[in-house]
Structure formats: C-alpha cells, structure tokens
Design a binder for this molecule. Structure first.
Ligand code: FAD
Length: 416
C-alpha cells in the first residue's frame, strides 16, 4: 500500500486524509497540537458560504484598508511596520486585482461543489456538527452597498449560485430576530452553517476508525525528499513516506520552502466571540438563519440551541494570535445592537490566522518533487472549500500512483 503523510490536522488536513483513505492509501497525519482543529479551524464564523465567495482583490478593499489604517475598531487593520513577507505578499495581492472577476467565479464554483462532498462525509460518518441548512442572509443598511452587492451577485450567478434579493420587510420575515433598519438583502437558501471544530473532530475519529495513524502533539521540524521518497522529521523521530500533502495552514509556506516550492501564504488574523445562550430569553432572541453584515464585515451563525458565534475583522500583523480587547468589542457591540434580547454576560473570545494566498485561491496540487502535494491557503473560506479541494488533491495523488493525468491548481472538481 502506498504511504502518504498529511501535515496538519485542521479542516483541510483531515478532509484530505479522509479522501486519501477512501482511495486506499496508508495515511499518517501529523499535528503539533494534542487534538484536531485547534488552530484556525477552531472557532471560525461557521458559514458554509458560496455566497461569500467574492475575493478581496479589488481597489475598493485597498482604499478602504488605507482609510481604516488609523481606526482601531475598523474591520480591516494593517500594521504599518513593513516586513519583507508582508510587502511582497501585498504586491502580489495588488497584481491579482485584474483577476478579481475570474477568481470570484472560480471560488463560487468550488464552494458549490464542496457542499455535496462535505454533507456526504458527515452523513457517512454520522458526524453531528450543529449543521443548520436555513440559508445565509446578507443584509445592507446603505443603498450604495446594496448596489455593489447586486454587481457581486451577477458574478456569483455566473458561477451557478442561485440567490433571492429581499426587500426590507422580507428580511424581517426571513429572520424575525434581527433588529435594524435595512435597505435590502440577499438570501442564499443553499448555504448553511455549522461548527467547524465539531466537524473536524468527528472526521479525525472517522479517520482513526478507518485505520489512519493520527500523530498528535508532534511538531514537524523538517520535511525533505530523496530517491523518490519523502522524509519527515518530527519530535525526534524520522519517517519515510511515498508522498506528502502539506495542509499546515499558515505553516505551509515554511514547509514548501523546505521542499523547493513557493506557497505564499500570509496569516490574516480574524476574531470571533461565542455568546453562551444560557437562558430561554437569549435563546429566543438569537437568530437561526446565518447572517453576513457586509458593511461591518461580520458573519454570525447559530450553533445549536445554546451558542451564537460572531466573527469578523482582518488584521495584517504577522503570525500574532494575541486577543485584543479593542478588536473584540465591536463584535460584542454588534450582537447587542442587532440582538438586544441576548445576554452578553458570557462571551468567549478567540483569534485565528487565515492562511491566505495573494490570489485568494487555495493552492491545490503538485509540488516540484515527485510525491509532494499541497492543499492549503484557503484564506477566508477554508471551511466552505476544504471538502472539494481535498477530493481534488486526493484524486491527483491517486493519479500519480497510476498512469499520469495532469491536474493543476484551481482544477475543477469534475476532474476529480
Ligand atoms: C475569524 C475567522 C472567521 C472565519 N470564518 C469562516 C467561515 O465562516 N467560513 C469559512 O469557510 N471559513 C472561515 N474562516 C476560514 C477558515 O476557518 C480557514 O480557512 C480554515 O480553518 C483553515 O484550515 P487549515 O486546515 O488550512 O488550517 P488550520 O486549521 O490552522 O490547520 C493547520 C494545522 O497545521 C498544523 N501545523 C502547522 N505547522 C505544524 C508543524 N510544524 N508541525 C505539526 N503541525 C503543524 C497546525 O497545528 C494546525 O492544526 C474563518 C477564519 C477566521 C480566522
């Protein structure tokens, strides 16, 4: 049996491991944490959202970023201290502005394909992850934002996404718990939400049941290749494999360098709060439909009866996981403004680092050396896209074990 190592037990690593096991590979997963999904796949916004597929590579985002640089509670924050990596990444981000439309359409196609794969995995393995299939509602309180949303909607429709534009009174009908004055919105009924941590933990258990070797609490120090084999040195032990798939989140850039590849992932920090809905009043006052407030750049998802997750902000400040009170406060205030009946007495803050490519498309496919593959760099949409990219990369690994077909980054799921 062909042996494949997967570096990283976040959502991308475990979906990849699961797909590899399905294809008959002998899979070993490495992660430095004691459990699966302890880094970026821990407490994200919860949205499985093809409707959030718009990439950020456009002049509007850049101009807003510059305007917001001096405002500590702004949705986007850039630490002005220049580092070589940040400056280089930003130059590449700017060079991707001409690809804004193409990359948005590509992302929405991938997101639509990913849903079916993720639901299939969860059903097969009986994973309960607080899935809510009630759609995602985008809402707007300014006419100019709604006008932009209509333009984005045309791109999403080109990628195959069906959405419904809502008048203000229809917003109230769709989610009566939401307070505020709105000019309009969009409902994407096929989108959903759920707990990424519960899903990934469930998948880890399924992989273990199906024979994978899950090595937790093991720091991968070095990865290399020679004589057609990959070697991994982790926590004082050396192992050899027929192949490796790098799914190491913000650590992927470092491993790619060791393997002779360039995968320009930058850590883009975000925050979430999980509001405990401890009393019946709070439970009744919280929404069930997942929400996206486009102006505030905040997403929100109900996780079962007693949790409400609110997430947002993008911070370019290197691999820094500090939780800042001035970045958490706008999330709590947003909850109090739009859901005044929810008690915010018990709120758990969290910060995570989105592994972001400058093109905003994930890096999926082969490295230079034989047996080396990547499934990483999913940025703001890793939960949404991971099941599809896992299937693509696993099919590619399988293809190299058989007579060759070529799949390149951005390849379609149909090919898998
Ligand atoms: C605030 C916020 C909100 C978000 N909301 C959404 C959302 O609503 N919908 C959506 O689709 N996406 C969302 N995302 C994005 C999504 O959460 C990420 O894209 C996704 O979790 C990335 O998964 P990953 O497996 O690539 O990385 P990770 O989950 O970080 O996994 C990488 C793993 O690699 C391991 N690793 C790294 N280096 C080493 C090493 N040297 N040795 C051993 N192990 C190593 C780490 O321990 C880690 O477990 C959000 C992100 C943030 C921050």
């Amino acid at each position: 049996m062909t042996s494949i190592a997967v570096i990283g037990a976040g959502v991308t690593g475990l979906t990849t491991a699961y797909e590899l096991i399905d294809r008959g590979f002998d899979v070993t997963v490495f992660d430095r944490n004691r459990y699966a999904a302890m880094e970026t796949s821990f407490a994200n916004g919860g949205q499985l959202s093809a409707s959030n597929a718009e990439v950020w590579t456009q002049w509007g985002t850049v101009l807003k970023g510059l305007r917001w640089m001096l405002q500590t509670d702004a949705p986007l924050l850039v630490n002005p201290a220049p580092t070589f990596h940040k400056m280089r990444w930003m130059m590449e981000f700017l060079s991707n502005i001409p690809n804004y439309e193409r990359n948005t359409v590509e992302t929405v196609r991938l997101a639509i394909a990913a849903r079916a794969v993720l639901f299939e995995m969860a059903e097969r393995e009986g994973i309960d992850f607080d899935l809510e299939r009630r759609g995602i509602l985008h809402f707007y309180d300014r006419a100019k934002d709604l006008t932009h949303a209509r333009k984005v909607n045309a791109l999403l429709a080109e990628g195959g996404l069906v959405r419904r534009e809502l008048a203000p009174d229809e917003i109230r009908d769709v989610e009566p718990a939401l307070h505020g004055e709105f000019v309009g919105g969009f409902l994407t009924e096929s989108d959903s939400s759920g707990d990424i941590h519960k899903f990934t933990m469930g998948l880890a258990r399924a992989c273990a049941r199906r024979g994978a070797d899950l090595r937790f609490g093991v720091d991968v120090d070095a990865v290399g290749h020679s004589n057609g084999r990959v070697h991994i040195s982790a926590s004082g032990r050396d192992d050899r494999f027929d192949g490796v798939v790098v799914c190491a989140g913000i650590g992927s850039r470092h491993f790619a360098k060791q393997l002779g590849d360039r995968v320009n992932v930058y850590p883009v920090k975000g925050y979430s709060i999980t509001v405990a809905l401890n009393d019946p009043q709070s439970q009744a006052a919280a929404p069930w439909v997942s929400l996206l407030d486009d102006r505030a750049k905040i997403v929100a998802s109900r996780l079962g009866a007693d949790r409400f997750r609110i997430a947002g902000t993008a911070e370019f400040n290197g691999a820094n996981r500090d939780i800042r009170a001035d970045r958490i406060r706008p999330l709590t205030e947003w909850c109090e403004k739009h859901f005044p009946g929810i008690s915010t007495e018990t709120v758990t803050p969290w910060a995570g680092l989105r592994p972001m490519m400058p093109s905003m498309l994930p890096h999926v496919g082969r490295g230079r050396a034989p047996g080396v593959f990547y499934n990483t760099g999913h940025g703001h949409l890793g939960w949404t896209l991971s099941a599809a990219t896992a299937r693509i990369v696993a099919a590619d690994v399988a293809a190299t074990a058989k007579p060759q077909t070529t799949l390149t980054p951005g390849a379609s799921l149909a090919a898998a």
